[in-house]
Design a binder for this molecule. Structure first.
Ligand code: TYD
Length: 201
């Protein structure tokens, strides 16, 4: 049914996903692909309220938090991802359902259940690029970026728990990328994987 391709970038805050997503988008466009870039939390009201909540430092109950992220994803899929896939475009998203699995899993929810529910409801990505870095480094980078972004999802112990869930995942569509090298080196590794697994670029 889906003519396009769906590629998600995942990783801890500070893992360099956004930079690598932009680089891959530029590379694929140069190779003639019709690329759409997007992100979660979204720019829609459902995503804006999540960002506001995170910035306020006020944590919701984990179940409520899960509902907010899933609702935002429903909007994202309906408004952006599904139409782009139907149109045959290559969609690059900065975070997708494995973020919910790892982050809300780290908040104490059953991550395997979140994964099963997500795979049942949402388009399964053709590829997820998981940028792996040490949680200590992730924390230091986020901290160095500035003060007010250190919201509820970015604390040190919490990021370690998120990393543990990412470590435990075993999905066929998950590709682990060492995230601690030079950006240009990481870009080259991603380009190689994309070409091998999807024949793109
Ligand atoms: P992030 O990608 O850091 O957004 P930005 O840098 O543009 O503000 O996402 C915000 C936070 O939301 C991040 O710490 C991870 C968290 N998050 C979840 O906890 N669950 C989810 O399902 C998603 C998509 C994000």
């Amino acid at each position: 049914m889906n003519a396009g391709r769906l590629i998600a970038f995942e990783g801890l805050d500070g893992s360099g996903k956004s930079t690598q997503l932009e680089r891959l988008a530029a590379r694929l466009r140069a190779a003639g692909c019709d690329v759409v870039t997007t992100c979660e939390p979204t720019r829609f009201p459902s995503g804006q309220r999540i960002r506001e909540m995170a910035r306020s430092g006020q944590a919701l109950a984990p179940e409520e938090e899960l509902r907010w992220f899933v609702e935002d994803r429903r909007v994202h899929v309906a408004e952006v991802i599904a139409p782009a896939l139907r149109a045959g475009q290559v969609v690059l998203t900065d975070r997708y359902y494995l973020s919910t699995v790892a982050y809300q899993g780290a908040r104490g929810l059953d991550y395997e259940q979140i994964l099963a529910d997500s795979e049942a409801e949402f388009p399964i990505p053709d590829l997820v690029l998981l940028l792996e870095i040490d949680p200590q480094i992730a924390f230091a980078r986020v901290h160095a970026r500035g003060s007010e972004i250190e919201g509820v999802f970015e604390r040190r112990d919490f990021l370690s728990r998120v990393a543990s869930v990412f470590d435990a995942l075993d999905c066929t569509y998950l590709e682990r990328i060492p995230g601690d090298g030079e950006p240009s080196q990481i870009e080259a590794i991603i380009a190689e994987r994309i070409s091998l697994r999807l024949g793109l670029g």
